[in-house]
Design a protein around this ligand. Structure first.
Ligand code: B1M
Length: 216
């Protein structure tokens, strides 16, 4: 019986249906299903399916965005119950995420954040136009495993380098990995600024983040 419910949960993510995902999450609690099982055996299965389809070119950005929204809606119902039971999802690592200073492009960064959260990372999304000092301060405060920096403008990419330089100057470079992304970011740029990881899209960002915390 639970398996049938898990399949419906997965399908609600594939269909990008936050309303259905919300009610299935609530039904799961009413049925006595463990909220963690609902996430890992139900909703995450759907996220993985959409991610795999996106990677193969069988799904497109809107599907990915809607799947992320549906996942967020389901987790919003289940997470309070997990807190209450003290069975919080074991996080894969902590990520401080921001669009760099001078840059207000939000959509890609937020999508990356949603996918990282859905995959099990604890994401501290600082928003857009975030100063280097604020990024480093937050990273120190939460003892981040990874700092994720998005930049969409050729004029703001340099802020990714600035963050890395500031980490070096503060003696913190070995304490945290730095992952970068955004449309103008190239592999050459990543090598030049000596970032630890780079991805062209949100699904790839999850793979890279997993690698950076030693999980794959
Ligand atoms: Co802007 N803009 N924009 N813009 N804008 C671009 C980026 C531009 C390429 C358009 C163009 O000219 N063809 C161009 C940049 C040129 C350049 O520097 N090379 C540009 C410009 C020039 C500007 C302004 C300067 C325009 C002006 O005012 N004269 C201005 C700058 C404002 C500022 O930031 N200070 C500006 C403003 C805006 C809006 C506010 C209107 C709006 C943003 C709204 C918002 O985010 N709330 C906007 C938009 C929408 C775009 C385009 C059209 C779309 C960006 C987007 O959301 N893409 C963009 C052109 C384009 O990219 N086709 C453009 C969808 C999103 C899902 O993809 O953000 O690439 P993307 O994220 C991807 C990957 O890059 C990657 O994964 C994401 C998901 O797959 N990724 C990461 C991103 N971050 C990552 C981090 C990671 C890993 C992967 O690890 C941490």
């Amino acid at each position: 019986m639970n398996q049938a419910h898990f399949e419906k949960m997965s399908q609600s993510i594939v269909n990008g249906d936050p309303v259905l995902a919300t009610s299935l999450a609530q039904n799961a609690l009413d049925m006595g299903i463990d909220p963690l099982d609902a996430i890992t055996q139900g909703f995450v299965v759907g996220v993985d399916l959409v991610g795999a389809a996106f990677s193969k070119g069988d799904a497109y950005l809107p599907e990915l965005v809607m799947a992320g929204e549906a996942m967020k809606a389901a987790v919003a119902v289940l997470e309070p119950e997990m807190h209450r039971r003290g069975t919080e999802r074991k996080t894969l690592g902590k990520i401080v995420l921001a669009t760099v200073e001078g840059d207000i492009h939000e959509i890609g960064k937020s999508l990356v954040g949603t996918m990282l959260s859905a995959a099990g990372f604890e994401v501290f999304d600082l928003g857009v136009n975030v100063s280097t000092a604020k990024i480093i301060e937050k990273s120190k405060e939460v003892k981040a495993d990874i700092i994720g920096l998005s930049a969409l403008l050729t004029t703001t990419m340099v802020k990714q380098k600035e963050v890395i330089n500031s980490l070096i100057n503060a003696g913190l470079r070995s304490a945290v990995k730095v992952m970068v992304g955004g449309a103008p970011v190239t592999r050459e740029w990543v090598e030049q600024i000596q970032a630890d990881g780079y991805s062209e899209d949100a699904i790839g960002a999850v793979d890279i983040a997993r690698q950076l915390v030693g999980l794959s």
